[in-house]
Design a protein around this ligand. Structure first.
Ligand code: NAP
Length: 490
C-alpha cells in the first residue's frame, strides 16, 4: 500500500464535527490525534467536542426530528439504500481507513465493509415494513388499533473494535424507524464514522438527522446529552462497566436503552465433533479481529478424549500466522489497539501459567514498534484462572478439558456474561440440547462466526439488553401506541 494513497485518503476524511448537516470545528478550537496502532504514530488531528458542541448536536437532532418522523418510510429506506450503494463504491477507502486506525488486516476490514454495509441494506428494506394492527376487542364493543412510532432523538455510542459495523448497526435501524441521532464514536477510531457521515450527506440525508461528535471529554459530553429531557433513547456498544454507568444515567430520564456489552464466549468441542470443522471454527471465533470481538471465543472447553489432538492442530495453525501491519500482503494478525490491551493479554497469560496452564505457543508482547501481542495457545487452564472469568480481547486461545456433557454445560454457563456460545458436535440431539441448555443470546452450532444483519444480535445476563439486526432491530427505535376506537356499527 503506497504512502501517498494513505496520505490522500486521510486528508480526504473530514476533520470536524458533523452537526446539522455541516462540518464545523469544535467550539473551543480543540483537536485530538488519532493514532495508527501498528506504529503508534498520529495520523490525523480531528475536532475535540466540548459539552456545548454535544448539546448543539442534540439541538440539531431535535430540530430535525418531526420532519424526519413524518418523512415517508419509503423515502427513508431509499436514502439508506443510497448510502449502501455509496459505501460499496467507496469500499476500498473505508476498508483501508479502518485498517489504519484500528489495525485489523485489510481482508478483515473488507469483510467488515460487507457486514457493516448489510445493515444499511437490511434496514432500507425494513423501513417500509413497520406495521401495526387493527382488531375487534373481545367484548365486540370497540376496535383496538396498534401503531408504531419513532421513539425520538437518540444518542448512539460505539466502540473501537468494529468502527464501521457498530455505527451502521445503530444508525440504520434508528433512521429507518424515523429517529434522528447523535453518534459518538470511540475516540480511538473516529475516522471511519466521519467517513460514513459524509456518505450519508452525499446520499441526501436531510440536515440534522445524523450528527457526529468526536470528543475526548467523553463523560461530560455524554452526561449533558443524557440528562437533556429532549433525548429519548441511548444505544450503547462497549464494555459492561460503562454500560452499567449509562443505564444508571438513563434511569433519571426513563430513557429507552439498548446495551450491547461484554462477552466471555464458551467454545465447546465434543468428542463426536468433526475436528477439521472445529479447528477452522476455533481459528475464526478466536482470532478474527485479533481476538478483539465481543463474540470472540474466550474459553475453549474440549472433551478430554480429543483435547490433545485439537490443541496440536490449533497450535500448528497459530504458528503459521503472519503478524504485521494490516496493510501488508499475507498478514493475518495485526496489532492490538493500544498498550493497555497488550498489558491485559500479558497479565492474563502470566496468571494462567502461574496457576498451572501449559503455554503451547506465543505468550508475550512482540519487541517491535506498535502494540503487538503474539498469537498464543494455552492448554490445561486451571479453574480460578483470571482468563476464564475476564474477557481476553486479544489473540489468546485458552483450553480447558471436560469429561461429560453436564460438566461442559456447567463450565460453559459459569460466567456472568451470556452473549454467544459455540458448539461443535455431529450429534443432532446433543446440538439441540445445547441450544436449550447454554445461557447465551446467540449460538453457533458447528459455526465459528454468527454475526449477520438479518439476525437478532444481542446477549443475556450481563452481556446486555435489546437486539440489533433482524426483524427485531427496528423495534429498539419504535414505541407502541394502542388506541381504543368505538364500534363503527354501534
Ligand atoms: P468502552 O471503553 O466501554 O468504550 C465504548 C464507548 O463508550 C466508546 O465510545 C467510549 O468513548 C465510550 N465511553 C467510555 N466511557 C464513557 C462514559 N463514561 N460515558 C459515555 N460513553 C463512554 O469499550 P471499548 O474498549 O471501546 O470496547 C470494547 C468492549 O465493547 C468489550 O467489552 C466488547 O465486548 C464490547 N463490545 C460489545 C459488542 C456487542 O455487540 N455486545 C460489540 C463490540 C464490542 P471513548 O472512546 O471516548 O472512551
Amino acid at each position: 500500500m503506497s504512502e501517498t494513497r494513505e496520505a490522500d485518503l486521510l486528508s480526504s476524511v473530514p476533520d470536524g464535527l458533523f452537526v446539522g448537516g455541516a462540518w464545523r470545528p469544535a467550539s473551543e478550537g480543540k483537536t485530538f490525534g488519532v493514532a495508527d496502532p501498528s506504529t503508534g504514530e498520529t495520523v490525523k488531528e480531528i475536532a475535540d467536542a466540548s459539552v456545548a458542541d454535544g448539546v448543539a448536536a442534540l439541538d440539531a437532532a431535535c430540530s430535525a426530528a418531526d420532519e424526519w418522523a413524518a418523512t415517508p418510510a419509503r423515502t427513508r429506506g431509499e436514502i439508506l439504500r443510497k448510502a449502501f450503494d455509496l459505501l460499496q463504491e467507496r469500499a476500498d477507502d473505508v476498508a483501508l481507513l479502518m485498517t489504519i486506525e484500528m489495525g485489523k488486516p485489510l481482508a478483515e476490514s473488507r469483510g467488515e465493509v460487507t457486514y457493516g454495509g448489510e445493515f444499511l441494506r437490511w434496514f432500507a428494506e425494513e423501513a417500509p415494513r413497520i406495521q401495526g394492527r387493527y382488531g375487534a376487542n373481545p367484548e365486540g364493543t370497540g376496535r383496538i388499533v396498534v401503531s408504531q412510532h419513532p421513539v425520538g432523538p437518540c444518542y448512539l455510542i460505539t466502540p473501537w473494535n468494529f468502527p464501521l459495523a457498530m455505527a451502521t448497526r445503530k444508525i440504520a435501524p434508528a433512521l429507518a424507524a424515523g429517529c434522528t441521532v447523535v453518534l459518538k464514536p470511540a475516540s480511538l477510531t473516529p475516522l471511519t464514522t466521519l467517513f460514513v457521515a459524509q456518505i450519508f450527506a452525499d446520499a441526501g440525508l436531510p440536515d440534522g438527522v445524523l450528527n457526529v461528535v468526536t470528543t475526548t471529554s467523553t463523560g461530560p459530553v455524554s452526561e449533558a446529552i443524557l440528562s437533556d429531557p429532549r433525548l429519548r433513547k441511548v444505544s450503547f456498544t462497549g464494555s459492561t462497566p460503562v454500560g452499567q454507568k449509562l443505564l444508571a444515567q438513563a434511569a433519571d430520564g426513563v430513557l429507552r436503552t439498548s446495551m450491547e456489552l461484554g462477552g466471555n464466549a464458551p467454545f465447546v468441542v465434543f468428542d463426536d465433533a468433526d475436528l477439521d470443522k472445529a479447528v477452522d471454527g476455533a481459528i475464526a471465533a478466536k482470532f478474527r479481529n485479533i481476538g478483539q470481538a465481543c463474540t470472540a471465543a474466550n474459553r475453549f472447553i474440549v472433551h478430554r478424549s480429543v483435547v490433545e489432538e485439537f490443541t496440536r492442530r490449533v497450535t500448528e495453525r497459530v504458528e503459521s500466522f503472519t503478524t504485521g501491519r494490516g496493510t501488508e500482503d499475507g498478514v493475518t494478525i495485526g496489532p492490538l489497539i493500544d498498550d493497555r490491551a497488550v498489558a491485559k493479554a500479558s497479565s492474563l497469560v502470566t496468571d494462567a501459567v502461574e496457576r498451572g496452564a501449559t503455554l503451547r505457543t506465543g505468550g508475550e508482547a512482540l519487541d517491535r514498534p506498535g502494540t503487538y501481542f503474539a498469537a498464543t495457545v494455552l492448554d490445561d487452564v486451571q479453574p480460578g484462572s483470571e482468563i476464564l472469568r475476564e474477557e481476553i480481547f486479544g489473540p489468546v486461545l485458552a483450553i480447558v478439558p471436560f469429561d461429560d456433557e453436564d460438566e461442559a454445560v456447567r463450565l460453559a454457563n459459569d460466567t456472568e456474561y451470556g452473549l454467544v456460545s459455540y458448539v461443535y458436535t455431529e450429534n443432532l440431539a446433543r446440538g439441540q440440547r445445547m441450544i436449550e441448555r447454554l445461557a447465551t443470546g446467540m449460538m453457533g452450532l458447528n459455526m465459528g462466526v454468527v454475526s449477520n444483519a438479518a439476525a437478532p444480535f444481542g446477549g443475556w445476563k450481563m452481556s446486555g439488553l435489546g437486539r440489533e439486526g433482524g426483524a427485531e432491530g427496528i423495534h429498539e427505535y419504535l414505541q407502541t401506541k394502542y388506541t381504543l376506537t368505538p364500534d363503527p356499527f354501534a
